[in-house]
Each structure stands twice: as structure tokens, then as C-alpha cells.
Design a protein around this ligand. Structure first.
Ligand SMILES: [Zn+2]
Length: 124
């Protein structure tokens, strides 16, 4: 970490020094003025660059978290194929329609989910 910071500072000073040397040769401005201007310009540029990078990284992480939450809300169920009666592991999501293709015979199946209620009885 400290090594990366030192490397960044050395690179920043090198680019500013090069810009100041070139500017000092071809303009009437002093070396220090051009050096400071180039340094501030680089700092502002990298501030916005890093802000954009962190913004897009945060968006990507939020999207991945959302996909993970959607995966958590589904359940795997062992179901028989309607055609060959062999079992398949099917991911069931109650928020939409569920279909699966049998891994044994390749038949496309649609999952029909029915909910029934029963009365809870008390033991006498
Ligand atoms: Zn099948």
C-alpha cells in the first residue's frame, strides 16, 4: 500500500516535472507555476477518474447482490419428468412460471404448483 502511494507520487511528480520542463522551455511561465498547475490538473483528473471507477464498481456490486438475493429466494426440488418419470433437480422460483427440460429424455416440462390448506387440529 505504502509502496503504491510512493509510486503514484513519484509518477505524479515525474509527469508534472516533464510538463513543467517542456512548458518552461517554450513559454514565459516559470517552472514552479507550470509544475504546480500540472500537479493540480492531474490530481483533479484522477479524483474524477477514481470517483467514476468506484461508482461503476458499486453499481456492479449492487447488481451482483441483487442476483444473489434472487438466487437465495429459489429452492431446488426433486421432480419427476412427466414423460419418462425419471427424477430431475429443478430450481423453483415462486415469483414466476417455472419450466425445466428433462436431463434424461430432453422433454420440456412446465411446473404446475398447487397450494392446499388443511385445518390444524389439536390433540385431545
Ligand atoms: Zn424425461
Amino acid at each position: 500500500m505504502i509502496l503504491q502511494i510512493l509510486k503514484s507520487i513519484i509518477l505524479l511528480c515525474s509527469v508534472s516535472g516533464l510538463a513543467a520542463y517542456i512548458g518552461w522551455e517554450y513559454t514565459s511561465k516559470s517552472f514552479i507555476e507550470i509544475f504546480l498547475f500540472a500537479t493540480v490538473l492531474q490530481l483533479v483528473f484522477f479524483y474524477f477518474y477514481n470517483s467514476l471507477i468506484s461508482y461503476f464498481t458499486r453499481l456492479k456490486l449492487e447488481r451482483e447482490n441483487l442476483e444473489t438475493i434472487q438466487l437465495i429466494n429459489t429452492n431446488n426440488v426433486i421432480l419427476e419428468c412427466s414423460s419418462c418419470k425419471k427424477t430431475n433437480s429443478v430450481r423453483v422460483d415462486l415469483s414466476g412460471s417455472n419450466e425445466f427440460t428433462c436431463t434424461h429424455c430432453g422433454t420440456d416440462n412446465i411446473l404446475n404448483i398447487e397450494f392446499k390448506t388443511i385445518t390444524k387440529t389439536n390433540i385431545l
